[in-house]
Design a binder for this molecule. Structure first.
Ligand code: DHB
Ligand code: FE
Length: 279
């Protein structure tokens, strides 16, 4: 049976993707963030996972307000990059894994998550940046991917408890997948940030630190938050934290911390990284 070896949760700040492309990782603004990834890169080098299930939020590019699923699973052979307004990224498409995608879809529907199924899906920085961060120098990363998109664009958002439960259902689906593959779950988004409106620039370090601690020891505490709690404490886009909670939900063994880092400010967002092993 396939095995989830851990979860990697990371912010997906677009300017960090740009910094990566330009080789500016050592500049003062970016260095603490990229240095914070090094222990994770070493862990990945040792573990060599076969598949990444990527929990991310589309930013109104593949899905828009006219057609916005709460949960969507990609089932394509590859996932191309979207033009986010500054030109189509010069990146090849990411590798899919349709067989596992369909297994996940079957299992999730069986577990009463009536997700949207996408045989065509293009991805934005939320999917792209963590993969480029964790598999630098691979273009595209060799790892096969299954994208799982969670709505954070249009209210009502799925409740944190529901996202945590989705993660648990993904964990069960992977455990039932009859191969000996190693699977890593990625949660992309957060931490606290608000990009527009009266509270633009909001960062809540105390809340971020509480979340990182709770994700390790007491994720159910975060699952008790409401969407409004998240909005109030973490800002409008800080609601992306539900991706971290969903990724944590997929870990069903003994969970331990591999590494974490936290750095502000880059752009308008606190940049966090949390890597958890699942044994
Ligand atoms: C930023 C952060 C995001 O999560 C995002 O989707 C877009 C921009 C930022 O910090 O600039
Ligand atoms: Fe975002």
């Amino acid at each position: 049976m396939a095995r989830i070896i851990g979860a990697l949760a990371s912010s997906h700040i677009p300017s960090l993707g740009t910094a990566l492309s330009a080789g500016r990782q050592q500049e003062p603004c970016c260095k603490p963030f990229f240095d914070g990834c090094l222990p994770v890169l070493r862990w990945l080098e040792e573990e060599q996972p076969d598949v990444a299930v990527v929990l991310y939020n589309d930013h109104g590019l593949n899905f828009f307000l006219d057609n916005l699923p709460t949960f969507a699973v990609g089932a394509a052979t590859e996932y191309g990059c979207l033009d986010e307004g500054w030109g189509k990224p010069a990146l090849p498409p990411f590798n899919g894994y349709p067989e596992l995608s369909w297994h996940l879809i079957d299992s999730l529907v069986e577990q009463e998550f009536d997700i949207a199924m996408c045989q065509q899906l293009a991805v934005d920085h939320a999917f792209i940046n963590p993969l480029r961060l964790f598999w630098p120098g691979e273009n595209p990363p060799a790892i096969r991917t299954v994208p799982v998109a969670i709505n954070t664009v249009q209210f009502p958002l799925p409740r944190p408890a529901r996202c945590y439960a989705l993660g648990k259902a993904i964990g069960k689906a992977v455990a039932d997948w009859p191969t000996d593959e190693k699977v890593v779950v990625i949660g992309s988004g957060g931490l606290s940030h608000q990009l527009d409106g009266e509270r633009a620039g909001l960062i809540n370090k105390a809340f971020d630190e509480m979340c990182m601690e709770a994700l390790l020891h007491d994720p159910a505490k975060l699952a008790r938050l409401s969407s409004r709690d998240l909005l109030r404490e973490a800002g409008a886009q800080g609601a992306e934290l539900i991706m971290w909670l969903a990724a944590r939900g997929a870990l069903h063994g003994t969970v331990s911390k591999i590494h974490s880092s936290y750095h502000i400010p880059i752009a308008n967002t606190s940049a966090g990284l949390l890597a958890l092993a699942n044994r």
